[in-house]
Design a protein around this ligand. Structure first.
Ligand SMILES: *[C@@H]1O[C@H](CO)[C@@H](O)[C@H](O)[C@H]1NC(C)=O
Length: 271
């Protein structure tokens, strides 16, 4: 009876130490998916390996396949034994690092052809495999920015084609949008215009890590401003004309006076 109890405890203890049998090793990639990489820079993927106390990692393999295509082929980038820390890949620009609980894949000089689905497979000492995936794409510049108006909703919509992680900002007559002009939506792509009537130049600027691009929507000229400017110009011209006329009159009078004086003098001389 005592022996049976002891055996039972032993089994329970073993089960506790080995709670998931062959499925104990797990792996997951820490990068946020999809990962966008700027061409020419380095792609770095990190994966966390979790294992039970009795498990041992015998092999870590990194692979890549195209994201689309009828029959995408898998290419092995590196296959590293579990104990090694540094391990070179099948290409000179590929490096893999394997540690107790982490593995890192680094590809220097990333190019468009390096995009695809990356897989890391961990094999344990019994030969059981577990795999994690991560989609990697090229980081693209901002493209084709446009602004269109939605008349029925008094809003301006800013569009951008396929740039990565676009950030939107708006300007009215080259200054930031104030409350009297409108309100920008949460994601920034929509401007709800509150000014009536809608007038002036609205510019949408879209930017990301590679630069920015902008587009402008031109509504009619703003009335008050237009009237003010016209009035100022008319005033200025009138002032100029009036000043000119006055100057001319003064000059003429001065000349006539002078001539009168000299005539007088000449007359006196002849007499
Ligand atoms: C204008 O905006 C509303 C609300 O966002 C939308 O339902 C409607 O389809 C838009 N109209 C046009 C012409 O884009």
């Amino acid at each position: 009876m005592d022996l049976q109890l002891f055996q039972c405890w032993r089994v329970a203890l073993l089960l506790l130490l080995m709670p998931c049998g062959h499925q104990c090793v797990s792996v997951h990639i820490l990068n946020k998916e999809p990962l966008h990489v700027i061409p020419g820079s380095s792609l770095v993927l990190k994966a966390r390996i979790e294992q039970g106390p009795l498990e041992k990692v015998s092999m870590v393999t990194w692979e890549r396949e195209d994201e689309t295509g009828i029959a995408p082929t898998r290419a092995t980038l590196a296959s590293c034994p579990g104990e090694s820390s540094e391990c070179s890949g099948t290409r000179p620009n590929v490096r893999v690092n394997v540690e107790q609980q982490e593995t890192t894949l680094q590809i220097n000089g990333y190019s468009r052809a390096d995009g695809g689905v990356y897989a890391v497979t961990v094999t344990d000492h019994t030969g059981a495999k577990t795999t994690a995936h991560c989609i990697v794409r090229e980081y693209e510049a901002v493209n084709h920015v446009s602004v269109s108006i939605n008349m029925s909703h008094s809003s301006l919509v800013c569009g951008e084609a396929w740039g990565t992680d676009p950030h939107f900002s708006w300007l009215h007559e080259r200054v930031a949008i104030s409350r009297t002009v409108g309100k920008v939506s949460e994601d920034g792509s929509l401007l709800l215009v509150t000014m009536t009537p809608i007038c002036g130049h609205f510019t949408c600027m879209v930017s990301n890590k590679l630069g920015y691009s902008s587009a402008t929507y031109t509504a009619g000229p703003c009335e008050t401003e237009g009237r003010g400017t016209t009035a100022a110009v008319v005033c200025f011209v009138l002032l100029l004309l009036f000043g000119g006329a006055l100057a001319f009159l003064l000059w003429r009078r001065h000349r006539l006076n002078n001539r009168g004086d000299s005539l007088h003098e000449r007359l006196e001389e002849t007499i």
